[in-house]
Design a protein around this ligand. Structure first.
Ligand code: GRF
Length: 216
């Protein structure tokens, strides 16, 4: 069967990109990375793409006076590669409504909290300050409102006494690297449907498949 063609959008370190590069190395993984786009020339993820011999491009938002123009330039590039799914992996720009609507249900994002809690930035410190006992990460389909959209997969991670934002982020990141490839596998299986803005997985009898829970 043809593999799902991915475009990965990054802005920095690219550790999630690396987890996808590694997952794609397995012959039976149902997706391949067609291209990587970074909005930042300095993104370390670009080096990872180069090492993996994946085509990568810098489209710097700084060179565009409007978001529409930036988005259109990205969309043109993505189209050239016959991409099936756009994966945001630490991409620090907000995409415009037009692009999101054009690619409805074909853009996913990974966010380091249990959405819909703790959207936005400075997440881990806010989690610690709030006193919640669990955090985690979420893969969701992208909608126009930031960090919103139908939730596909989540992993739960404990917030431990003595945690700071760094230690918590590191514990969550480990799970992110498992969750993102799994989410892509699920989408490639064709069993993921969205009804009333909720993800339904054909043939799943419980929510088990939507949870990657290291505590159990
Ligand atoms: C991850 O924590 C991801 O959830 C968030 O940004 C971070 C990106 O890290 N959206 P990396 O660039 O993939 O290492």
């Amino acid at each position: 069967m043809a593999k799902l063609k991915l475009c990965i959008l990054i802005s920095g370190r690219g550790s999630n990109l690396k987890s996808l590069i590694d997952a794609c190395k397995a012959e039976d993984f149902p997706a391949e990375i067609a291209l990587v786009i970074s909005n930042d020339t300095e993104a370390y993820g670009l080096k990872r793409a180069e090492e993996a011999k994946v085509p990568s491009y810098v489209i710097s938002h700084k060179e565009f006076s409007t978001r529409d123009h930036f988005d259109d330039t990205m969309a043109k590039k993505i189209k050239k590669y016959n991409v099936d799914l756009i994966c945001l992996a630490g991409f620090m720009r907000i995409l415009g409504d037009k692009l999101i609507d054009q690619w409805k249900n074909k853009i996913i994002n990974i966010h380091p909290s249990l959405l819909p809690s703790f959207k936005g930035m400075n997440i881990h410190q806010r989690v610690i300050d709030s006193g919640v006992k669990f955090s985690g990460c979420t893969v969701h389909f992208v909608r126009c409102e930031m960090d919103s959209g139908p939730i596909l997969l989540q992993a739960i991670v404990p917030v431990l006494p003595g945690d700071d934002a760094k230690t918590l982020a590191a514990r969550i990141l480990k799970q992110e690297h498992k969750v993102y490839p799994k989410a892509i596998k699920m989408i490639a299986s064709g069993r993921v449907k969205i009804k009333n803005e909720k993800v339904i997985i054909d043939g799943a009898y419980s929510t088990e498949e939507s949870l990657v829970n290291p505590l159990l």
